[in-house]
Design a protein around this ligand. Structure first.
Ligand code: OOB
Length: 555
C-alpha cells in the first residue's frame, strides 16, 4: 500500500477476501468489465453529450496512456478539481488504470486549500478547469505552482495556455501511445500499459469534512470502493433501467459512490451530471431524461420542495430520493415523499466510509425518524461513552465504527490517527448517536468542532486560524448558529484589541487570503471574555446559545 496509508491488518483483509467482500478488482478493470457487459448503453449524460460504456472505457484508456506519456507514474498523486463533467469520471478511471491516485478537491477550493492539498499529498499533477463561475483557475494554478514544490504538470480542461497541458493533448498522446486493459485494447492491441494498479492499493483520496484546521486525506482503496458503491446500489434496488441524477458535486462521496455515479454504472444504468443542484436546472433534467434516483443534502431538498409547489415540471419518473449529510426534523422529512412524489431514503454517510441507509421496506416511521442501518453486514458500529466503553442499548454516545470500507488511518498524520482510531481499528466519528431497539441509527449531535452549512462541512479551527490572522483579533472561537434555510451558519465570536472590524471587512480579508467562500463567517459577535468549561476549555455550547438567543431577540 502507498506509504503513509494504514492498511487493514492482514488477517482482517484475508477474511474480507475469503468472504468475497473484496473482489480484487481495480476501478479501471471494473470499467472494462462494465463496457463488455453494457457496450452501447448510455453511461453518462451531460448537457447534450451522451457517452456509452464502450466510449467511456476507450476514453479512460486514452487518458491513461496520455497521462503516462506525460510522465504521470504509478503511485503519484494528482489533484483533480473539476465541476460535474464526464471528464471528471473518465480522468478518475484513467488515472486509476495507471495506478496514479486522484485527490478529489472541491471546485470551491481556493489557493489556501489547494496549497494544503498539494503539500499534504505531494501531488505532481493538477487537473483544473480553465475558468469556472467567473474564477480564473489558471491564475490560481500559477499561484499554486509558485507556492509548492512538487507540482510538475498542470492539466487544463479547455484551451492550452503557457505552462499548462490541455486535456485534449493528453488524449491525443494517449491515442498514439499505449493502450491498456480496456476493451479498446482487444480491438487495437498496441504497446502494453504500465503494470496495472493493485486492487488493495489506494484508488483515490477523498477529503475529510475537517475537524482539525485543514482537511485530511482519506485513502479509499479499489477493493473497498468497488464494494461500497455496488452494495449501496443493491440496497437502493438499482437496475439497468435506473437513471441517476448527480445533482450534488461528484467529488462528494455521496454523489460519487453511495451509490452515486459509480454504483449506477455498476448496475448498467445511466448517470446524468447536473451543473448545479438548483431545482429549476434539475427538474428539466428529471423530465428530459426520466431520472429515477437522486441524492441531496437537506438544504437542497428544501429548495426542491419549495419549487415543486409552484413548478409544474413532471417529476413522476422519480422513485427514490436519498437525503443525508446533515440532520433533519421529522416535520421536514415528512414533507419529502409527498412533495416530490417518491420514496425517501435517509442516509448517514461520511467520506471516511460507514454508510447507513434506511431501507425501502422499513416501517414508515423509521424512515422519517432514523438514519437506517449500515449497508454491510460486516460493518461494526458501537456507541461509546467518554471513556470509550460501549454504552447500554439506547443511550446517546459517540459513534465508533470499523468495517470493510471504513479507513484505518488518514494519510500522513500519524499523531492524529493515534487519537482518531482505537488500537483495534475503530474510527471515532465525532458524531453523537443512539441505536433504536430495531437497530436503527439516530444521529443526535456531534462532539467534533464542525459546522454543517447547507451541504458544506466547515472546521471551526480552520476559520479561527484565519480570523486570528486579522489585525486586532486577539482570540477567536467559531461555532454554528441554527438557521432555517442552511441548517447551520458560521458565527465568529471575537475578542479584539482596538476597533472592532466589521463582518464585511473580516470576510474580505479571508477572501483575499485565498479561502473558499463557503467558509466565510455569516455573523460576528464581540465579547470581552470567553465562557469556560469546568476543564478550562472555551465553552462553545454557551457561546452558541448566547448567539442564538441574541438572534431571537433581534427578530
Ligand atoms: C457526508 O460525508 P462528509 O464526509 O461530508 O461528512 C460526514 C459527516 C458525518 O460525520 C456527520 O457529522 C454528518 O456529516 N452527517 C450527518 C448525516 N450524514 C452525514 N449528520 C446528521 N444526519 C445525517 N444523515 O456528509 C455523506 C457522505 C456520504 C453519503 C451521505 C453523506
Amino acid at each position: 500500500m502507498l506509504a503513509g496509508c494504514t492498511p487493514w491488518p492482514e488477517e482482517v483483509a484475508r477474511g474480507y477476501r475469503e468472504k468475497g467482500i473484496w473482489r480484487g478488482q481495480t476501478m479501471g478493470a471494473l470499467l472494462a468489465d462494465l463496457a463488455r457487459r453494457h457496450r452501447d448503453s448510455t453511461a453518462l449524460i451531460h448537457r447534450d453529450r451522451r457517452i456509452s460504456y464502450t466510449e467511456l472505457d476507450a476514453w479512460a484508456d486514452r487518458l491513461a496512456a496520455g497521462f503516462a506519456a506525460h510522465g504521470v507514474a504509478r503511485g503519484e498523486r494528482v489533484v483533480v478539481q473539476l465541476p460535474n463533467t464526464p471528464e471528471f469520471i473518465a480522468i478518475v478511471f484513467g488515472l486509476s488504470r495507471i495506478g496514479a491516485v486522484p485527490v478529489f478537491s472541491l471546485v470551491a477550493h481556493r489557493a489556501t486549500e489547494l496549497t494544503h492539498l498539494v503539500r499534504l499529498s505531494g501531488a505532481t499533477g493538477y487537473v483544473l478547469p480553465e475558468s469556472y463561475r467567473g474564477v480564473d483557475h489558471l491564475a490560481l494554478a500559477r499561484q499554486l505552482r509558485a507556492a509548492t514544490d512538487t507540482l510538475r504538470t498542470m492539466f487544463v480542461l479547455g484551451d492550452a495556455a503557457d505552462g499548462f497541458v490541455a486535456l485534449s493533448a493528453v488524449e491525443a498522446a494517449g491515442d498514439v501511445g499505449r493502450v491498456g486493459a480496456g476493451i479498446a485494447a482487444y480491438e487495437a492491441p498496441r504497446e502494453p500499459m504500465p503494470p496495472a494498479a493493485d486492487p488493495s492499493d489506494v484508488a483515490f483520496f477523498l477529503l475529510s469534512g475537517g475537524t482539525t484546521a485543514l482537511p485530511k486525506l482519506i485513502p479509499r482503496t479499489h477493493d473497498d470502493y468497488v464494494y461500497q458503491s455496488e452494495l449501496a446500489a443493491q440496497v437502493c434496488e438499482m437496475s439497468a433501467d435506473d437513471v441517476y441524477l448527480a445533482a450534488l458535486p461528484v467529488e462528494f462521496n455521496f454523489a460519487f459512490g453511495c451509490p452515486g455515479v459509480i454504483g449506477t454504472l455498476q448496475t448498467g444504468g445511466t448517470a446524468v451530471l447536473a451543473d448545479t443542484p438548483n431545482p429549476l436546472d434539475c427538474f428539466l433534467l428529471v423530465e428530459r431524461h426520466g431520472v429515477t434516483v437522486t441524492a441531496m443534502v437537506p438544504s437542497v431538498v428544501a429548495l426542491w420542495l419549495d419549487a415543486a409547489e409552484w413548478n409544474d415540471a413532471d417529476l413522476s419518473s422519480l422513485r427514490l430520493v436519498q437525503v443525508g449529510g446533515a440532520r433533519m426534523t421529522r416535520e421536514f422529512t415528512a414533507r419529502i415523499g409527498p412533495g416530490l412524489g417518491c420514496s425517501l431514503q435517509q442516509v448517514f454517510g461520511m467520506a471516511e466510509g460507514l454508510l447507513c441507509f434506511s431501507r425501502p421496506d422499513d416501517p414508515a416511521e423509521a424512515v422519517l425518524t432514523t438514519q437506517g442501518r449500515p449497508i454491510s453486514p460486516a460493518d461494526e458500529v458501537l456507541i461509546v461513552g467518554p471513556d470509550g466503553d460501549p454504552l447500554p442499548g439506547g443511550e446517546i454516545g459517540e459513534l465508533v465504527t470499523r468495517g470493510p470500507y471504513t479507513l484505518r488511518g488518514y494519510y500522513r498524520v500519524p499523531e492524529y490517527n493515534a487519537r482518531a482510531f482505537t488500537p483495534d481499528g475503530f474510527f471515532h466519528t465525532g458524531d453523537l448517536a443512539r441505536l433504536t431497539p430495531a437497530g436503527d441509527l439516530v444521529i443526535e449531535g456531534r462532539i467534533k468542532e464542525m459546522i454543517i452549512r447547507g451541504g458544506d462541512k466547515i472546521s471551526a479551527g480552520e476559520v479561527e486560524d484565519h480570523l486570528l490572522a486579522h489585525p486586532g483579533v486577539t482570540a477567536a472561537a467559531v461555532t454554528a448558529v441554527p438557521d432555517d434555510l442552511l441548517g447551520e451558519r458560521i458565527c465568529a465570536h471575537l475578542i479584539v484589541d482596538g476597533p472592532a472590524p466589521s463582518l464585511a471587512e473580516l470576510k474580505r480579508a479571508m477572501h483575499a487570503r485565498g479561502v473558499a467562500d463557503y467558509k466565510l463567517p455569516d455573523a460576528v459577535r464581540f465579547v470581552t471574555e470567553f465562557p469556560l468549561t469546568p476543564l478550562g476549555k472555551i465553552d462553545k455550547l454557551a457561546l452558541a446559545a448566547a448567539a442564538a438567543s441574541e438572534r431571537k431577540a433581534d427578530v
